[in-house]
Design a protein around this ligand. Structure first.
Ligand SMILES: C[S@@+](CC[C@H](N)C(=O)[O-])C[C@H]1O[C@@H](n2cnc3c(N)ncnc32)[C@H](O)[C@@H]1O
Length: 305
């Protein structure tokens, strides 16, 4: 049977090359998801090591536990934010991975509201037990704040200098409560971008690009994703044990910028002895096999011994 490509962990070989997990080490996976990376990290720190993993989405823990038990029982899974890792692992960790964004299971579940392709309530929370849903958040947000969110997290300036503001006003007027409501408002307000020169892009992909960008921007805001990442980056040099390695995979330029700046500042301050010179990207084969990998950027950092 053809494997389900959406569950294939991105940049697996590159993650393992950057982290080089060894038997006996403590590995942390801050974004457990379907446990694809976690399973491989756990396999490599076994025997003698331990895996500590967390996810904001409690639905991911039980299936992950079943897979991990096929290797051993030296693991702890937490329904938690990765910014809580210093408290969850007070002795520090030797390797740490954060593979940001949403999992394919979250996208596929219409009740979670992550996808404009699936009719459902406009929820968009990774942790269904925390904070307002996207619909509730959009009921109370102001046009100015929403404009900033669309421009900064959804790159709306790509669609014209005032496209973000126009859409923010339309969303605040319409107060969408379902994925279809939000999709309709975006399609009625934001014309598709021009195709990039010299490259064929399917017309429906261009048409729905502003919709995908709006969903991404609102998701990042509702889950306060950049605040969690910022906290992790601040704590990372002390969370890593001497010689410890961290790898972070991002899918949006705003996240990548935060990681790049934090790693470079850590290098200058002597908190890291080496960091990635440039973002590591998926190989042509992986980009072909798994379209999600096309926007993935991996950066790594290593603490001195
Ligand atoms: C791209 S998926 C991870 C996929 C995983 N590496 C695998 O191999 O299956 C991202 C996961 O991280 C979780 N997540 C995102 N931000 C988080 C945070 N701040 N703390 C904990 N989990 C988070 C999401 O709920 C989602 O399940």
């Amino acid at each position: 049977m053809e494997p389900d490509r959406r569950h294939i962990p991105v940049l697996m070989a590159e993650v393992l090359a950057a982290l080089d997990p060894q038997p006996g080490e403590i590995a942390a996976d801050g974004t457990l998801g379907a446990a694809g990376h976690a399973l491989e990290l756990f396999r490599r720190v076994t025997p003698g090591g331990r895996l500590i993993a967390c996810d904001l989405d409690p639905a991911n823990l039980e299936p992950a536990m079943e897979s991990l038990f096929t290797i051993g029982d030296a693991f702890d899974l937490h329904h938690a934010n990765f910014s809580d890792l210093p408290a969850l692992s007070p002795d520090g960790v030797d390797v740490l991975l954060a593979d940001l964004g949403v999992s394919s299971m979250q996208i596929d579940d219409p009740a979670r509201g992550f996808s404009y392709r699936r009719p459902g309530p406009l929820d968009l929370r990774m942790n269904p037990a925390w904070g307002p849903t996207a619909a509730q958040w959009l009921r109370n947000v102001g046009v100015e704040e929403l404009t900033t969110v669309l421009n900064d997290f959804g790159d709306f300036t790509e669609f014209g200098p005032v496209a973000g503001k126009k859409l923010a006003q339309a969303i605040c007027d319409a107060k969408p409560t379902t994925t279809q409501d939000l999709t309709r408002v975006v399609l009625n307000t934001t014309p598709p971008p021009k195709p990039p020169p010299g490259r064929f892009v399917k017309p429906w992909q261009l048409k729905y690009r502003p919709v995908a960008c709006a969903f991404q921007a609102i998701r990042i805001a509702v889950n306060r994703e950049l605040a969690s990442l910022h906290q992790l980056l601040m704590d990372l040099p002390r969370l890593l044990r001497p010689g410890g390695r961290a790898a972070i995979i991002t899918f949006h330029s705003g996240e990548d910028r935060l990681v790049k700046q934090a790693f470079r500042a850590g290098l200058r301050a002597g908190e890291y002895e080496a960091v990635a010179d440039a973002a590591v990207r998926a190989s042509p084969q992986e980009r072909y096999d798994n379209p999600r990998s096309r926007s993935a950027k991996l950066r790594w950092a290593r603490r001195p011994r």
